[in-house]
Design a protein around this ligand. Structure first.
Ligand SMILES: Cc1cc2nc3c(=O)[nH]c(=O)nc-3n(C[C@H](O)[C@H](O)[C@H](O)COP(=O)(O)OP(=O)(O)OC[C@H]3O[C@@H](n4cnc5c(N)ncnc54)[C@H](O)[C@@H]3O)c2cc1C
Ligand SMILES: NC(=O)c1ccc[n+]([C@@H]2O[C@H](COP(=O)([O-])OP(=O)(O)OC[C@H]3O[C@@H](n4cnc5c(N)ncnc54)[C@H](OP(=O)(O)O)[C@@H]3O)[C@@H](O)[C@H]2O)c1
Length: 526
């Protein structure tokens, strides 16, 4: 019988660390296991956080699905610690607009490192309301340690590397990418970064601070019965409305303000709206202007009015150029948001700013948002499959330009799709088609025929070759619409793996999960 020698006891967690004896012993065992060569199982970031915070949460996030409604997400998070329920309240896109991913933003709020509850742009008012309610729980909880209720210190970070510390860049030009009778308005936008010295890596996004539309601002000033020179916060009312506050959608605090200034049925209505109810069935259409029109007898004082509005948020765009190919320059591919409600045209803030309210030579505030898990493979020989319908093509133009600039020999396959071949084939004249950059280009036009035909339909048609590329080690990238496209493309990939890789559906789902874990399936969706 072999004599078993007990392994030496590792003391990795210092005795001064804030853990009980049992926790310290468990953590020592865990880290010892992690450091030993024959125990490769590491915890995820969430699991690690759960362990370190010692609240017994298993770190799983079954609600982390951008297509799931908030009510279902919150149900899945019932009974979890506050920080986990806060994560479930986020839009689950990990899009980076808040400056974090969903998990880190919720951790930051729960640990009181972040005081702003309104940063989740895709989550909109639903997320902001839920976070407010959860934050009240947090505020009412006894402080974990003396001083832990102190306001968080603001860390600005390196200039131009976060939404909290933007730098000026110069707008150079815009060029319409759609032709003829397209139903879309998509712009190729160029910036000069030489003045601010910013650089970036392909896969990163670009944050921009836009200005509101002057016409809308002046209509609001007129509705308030104010003058545009009225001074608010040390600036004119017009300047504040142009640059500092969001004019869509109307925040609950504006309904609250209106309820304080009025009475009776009108007050009840404003109160109901402030609580997320929809007494007239129009809540989803109420931007700030529409609220002033709806409650046209109420005239808030400009100062109180501005206080009731939310700060203007930056918008992120996938960078469609490569710093290696065109140093000092940066381009975006921007779909313009315009729609009509009732008789009024509504303008997407940043997309229409870039399309019509900024002129060549003008400066704007910008920052580079580092990509987390969306990057070219480190090995330039690895083949890549890119799926990017519509503006989803943006980072792939950047990938291709970068691979050309760096002489990367790996094969490149792009699935691009849009409405009509005749007028919506972006960049058909240059990088995407010519110069042998693309090994394969597969196209899908959704409105050319009688039936919708999407990128994932094209992928299914050439599934055998997709599988061959995967078997050769290809990395797969998906960019564009988060709500439907990304899920549908993932489903197609599962079907292809099942069919051509001779696997059951469950095995194919695990195969895709494994690709994700290894960084071989990456998404940039919004
Ligand atoms: C990481 C990342 C990368 C991105 N990359 C790109 C990119 O490369 N190109 C790109 O174009 N966009 C991209 N986006 C989206 C972009 O950030 C903006 O969300 C988009 O341009 C709209 O912003 P906006 O300010 O113009 O519109 P907003 O003022 O934010 O208005 C948009 C809102 O208007 C409402 N709305 C829109 N259409 C309608 C309608 N028909 N009826 C009723 N309401 C409507 C919706 O509530 C919508 O959320 C990206 C987003 C992220 C997070
Ligand atoms: N929330 C929404 O309802 C919605 C919808 C579309 C776009 N968007 C947003 O609009 C912005 C820009 O859009 P974009 O210019 O990139 O183009 P887009 O409007 O997303 O469309 C690009 C192409 O994708 C097709 N498409 C639609 N549904 C799809 C699906 N489930 N799977 C695969 N392809 C699908 C479109 O076809 P058809 O249009 O012919 O169906 C079109 O051919 C993005 O921010 C996007 O998220 C939002």
């Amino acid at each position: 019988m072999n004599q078993m020698t007990p392994p030496p006891k590792l003391e990795i967690i210092p005795s001064s660390a804030p853990f009980s004896e049992a926790q310290r012993s468990w953590l020592n065992g865990f880290f010892a296991g992690l450091l030993s060569t024959d125990a490769p199982t590491a915890l995820s970031a969430e699991q690690g956080a759960a362990v370190l915070q010692g609240d017994g949460d298993d770190g799983e996030a079954p609600w982390h699905d951008q297509t799931m409604p908030i009510a279902d997400r919150m149900k899945l998070a019932e009974g979890r610690p506050l920080r986990r329920r806060m994560m479930a309240a986020m839009a689950q896109q990990d899009c980076g607009q808040c400056g974090y991913n969903c998990n880190d933003y919720s951790e930051a709020i729960a640990s009181k490192g972040e005081a702003r509850l309104n940063l989740c742009v895709p989550g909109g008012k639903e997320t902001a309301r839920m976070l407010k309610a959860l934050n009240e729980e947090l505020e009412n909880a006894p402080p974990a340690s003396p001083g832990s209720n102190a306001p968080p210190a603001v860390t600005l970070g390196e200039p131009g590397r976060s939404r909290d510390n933007p730098v000026p860049a110069k707008f150079i030009s815009r060029r319409l990418l759609n032709k003829g009778k397209s139903e879309k308005e998509t712009w190729h936008i160029e910036f000069d970064l030489s003045g601010c010295g910013l650089d970036y890596v392909v896969g990163d996004s670009f944050g921009i601070f836009a200005r509101n539309d002057l016409g809308l601002v002046d209509q609001i000033i007129a509705m308030l019965g104010a003058s545009h020179t009225t001074e608010v916060r040390g600036k004119t009312l017009r300047e504040v409305l142009l640059d500092d506050v969001s004019l869509a959608p109307a925040p609950d605090s504006l309904f609250d303000l209106i309820s304080y200034l009025t009475g009776g049925a009108v007050r009840e209505k404003a109160r109901a709206l402030a609580q997320g109810e929809d007494p007239d069935g129009d809540a989803a259409t109420l931007d700030v202007m529409a609220v002033l029109q709806k409650f046209s007898n109420v005239r808030p004082h400009p100062e109180a009015f501005i206080e009731a509005l939310e700060p203007l948020q930056p918008r992120l765009y996938s960078i469609s150029s490569s710093h290696n190919a065109t140093p000092g320059k940066l381009s975006l591919t921007v779909d313009c948001v315009r729609y009509v409600i009732g008789k009024r045209k509504r303008l997407g803030l940043a997309s229409t700013f870039l399309a019509e309210r900024i002129n060549p030579g003008d400066e704007l505030k910008v920052y580079v948002q580092k990509a987390h898990g969306f990057a070219l493979p480190e090995d330039p020989k690895i083949p890549i499959i890119m799926v990017g319908p519509g503006t989803g093509v943006a980072p792939f133009r950047a990938f291709l330009m970068d691979r050309r600039a760096t002489g990367a020999p790996g094969k490149n396959w792009l699935f691009f799709g849009h409405q009509r071949s005749e007028c919506d084939f972006f960049y058909s004249d240059n990088a995407l088609k010519t110069s042998g950059l693309l090994t394969r280009l597969s196209l899908a036009w959704s409105r050319d025929g009688d039936k919708k035909f999407y990128v994932q339909d094209r992928m299914r048609e050439v599934g055998r070759e997709v599988w061959t590329w995967l078997a050769e080690g290809a990395h797969v990238y998906v960019c564009g619409d988060a709500k439907r496209m990304a899920k549908d493309v993932e489903r197609a990939l599962v079907d292809i793996i099942a069919q051509f890789g001779a696997r059951s559906t469950d095995e194919a789902i695990s195969f895709v999960a494994e690709l994700k874990k290894k960084g071989r399936f990456q998404q940039d969706v919004y």
